[in-house]
Design a protein around this ligand. Structure first.
Ligand code: PHB
Length: 400
């Protein structure tokens, strides 16, 4: 696949760059005429998770464009690569580091890709900001100095919902998910807090990523007759699963629940009323009524024509971490340890709520929202019904 290289800004914004640097909301400009800041984006731009990669990229653009596409005196240059599969992604991350000589890496979306590129990133000492992939091992046995996560760990996503489910929805659950690390780990986190709160997982089923017909899995859920079904599916998988869940008549009797990605704003329009009444947990809903989110949502809508979603916030926050950290290093990215320390100290109020990095594992400590999918003024909205404060992954790392 050919290299896609583009500087971010179109002419109009570029013309305003000088003024925007001074007026930029985050960070401060450093020395002028520095080398461009090359950011390698390893994200999905095709297949099941294509829309996720686009949302993350658009969230980043919002921050950089507000900065006149310049960070600490350096012109931002994004080099985009489609993460595709773990093997292809490993080849592409090598190319980003060795040929393109990127200063910072951002991505991936898939936990399987994250696991595949971890050792190369660790050895290369180029800072990787993980803008989605939740693979738990990156906050635990496979931590790296040079991997910082701005999204979530898979454990956090599942764990955040288990206690609510046991208290409010019933004590028998069936778990299902995409059959790879994300599905296993998110349902694992759910299982932990659900059983601790007195619930029992009475069955499980995992479907290959990209499954289009969930009939046999839905039949297993129906036969088990649980109080609730908890799932991790995302992107086009989430659209297919939720539509078919309604078509197969499971909504009358078995509560549709999951990680919030099952019904997040990127998939709701395609799901329509099939998603109504779902309960889920996530670190973001566009319904959050805060000044930070109101402003973010409005600008995202203007840029893309779409409702904001968690992936876009992850991109936005990742770019903000870059801006804040380079503000501290005076724009320098050539000392990996100094850059890492600057990143670790970044703290701000995100559209998702308070954002800070856990020094023990370099993963975000954040609030999660239990949400119900309702119709508000004719549109499907994930309305927050309960907040779980300061959720942190239990992983502790030896950064040596
Ligand atoms: C993952 O593979 O870690 C993953 C992918 C998509 C999501 C969440 C997690 O929405």
């Amino acid at each position: 696949m050919s290299i896609t290289r583009r500087t971010l800004l179109a002419g109009a914004a570029r013309a305003a760059a000088g003024a925007a640097v001074l007026a930029g909301p985050f960070g401060r400009p450093a020395r002028a005429a520095a080398a461009p800041l090359r950011i390698g984006l390893l994200l999905p731009y095709s297949k099941v998770y294509a829309a996720l990669g686009e949302s993350i990229t658009d969230g980043m653009r919002l921050v950089f464009e507000a900065q006149g596409s310049t960070v600490a005196g350096r012109k931002v240059e994004l080099i985009k690569e489609d993460e595709e599969t773990p093997q292809v992604a490993l080849r592409k991350v090598r190319k980003l580091v060795q040929s393109d000589k990127v200063d910072v890496l951002v991505g991936p979306v898939s936990s399987a890709v994250a696991a595949a590129i971890r050792d190369f990133v660790h050895q290369s000492k180029v800072l990787l900001l993980v803008a989605n992939a939740g693979d738990d091992s990156l906050s635990r046995e496979r931590c790296s100095h040079f991997i910082v996560r701005t999204s979530f760990s898979n454990w956090q996503l599942g764990w955040a919902f288990g206690s609510y489910a046991a208290r409010k929805l019933g004590k028998a659950a069936f778990v299902s998910g995409a059959d790879y690390a994300a599905g296993r780990q998110i349902t694992g986190g759910f299982r932990e807090s659900y059983t601790q709160a007195g619930g029992k997982v009475i069955g499980e089923a995992f479907a290959p990523l990209g499954t289009t017909d969930y009939g046999s899995y839905l039949a297993q859920i129906k036969a088990a007759a649980p109080d609730l079904s908890f799932s991790f599916f995302a992107g086009s998988d989430a659209v297919n699963f939720v539509r078919q869940y309604a078509d197969y008549g499971l909504k009358s009797g078995i509560k549709l629940t999951g990680s919030g990605f099952l019904v997040s704003e990127d998939v709701l329009p395609a799901q329509g009323d099939a998603a109504l009444g779902a309960l889920s947990a996530l670190h973001y809903t566009s319904a959050l009524d805060t000044p930070e989110n109101r402003s973010f949502k409005e600008r995202y809508q203007k840029l893309t024509g779409r409702v904001a979603n968690a992936y876009a916030v992850q991109g936005y926050d990742t770019a903000r971490v870059i801006v804040e950290a380079l503000g501290k290093t005076g724009g320098r990215t050539d000392d990996p340890e100094a850059l890492r320390q600057a990143v670790r100290g970044v703290i701000f109020t995100s559209p998702r709520g308070p954002f800070r990095l856990d020094p023990a594992n370099q993963n975000v400590v954040q609030d999660f929202y239990v949400m119900e999918t309702r119709k508000v003024g004719g549109a499907l909205v994930n309305v927050p019904v309960e907040t779980i404060k300061d959720v942190r992954d239990p992983g502790g790392c030896k950064f040596d």
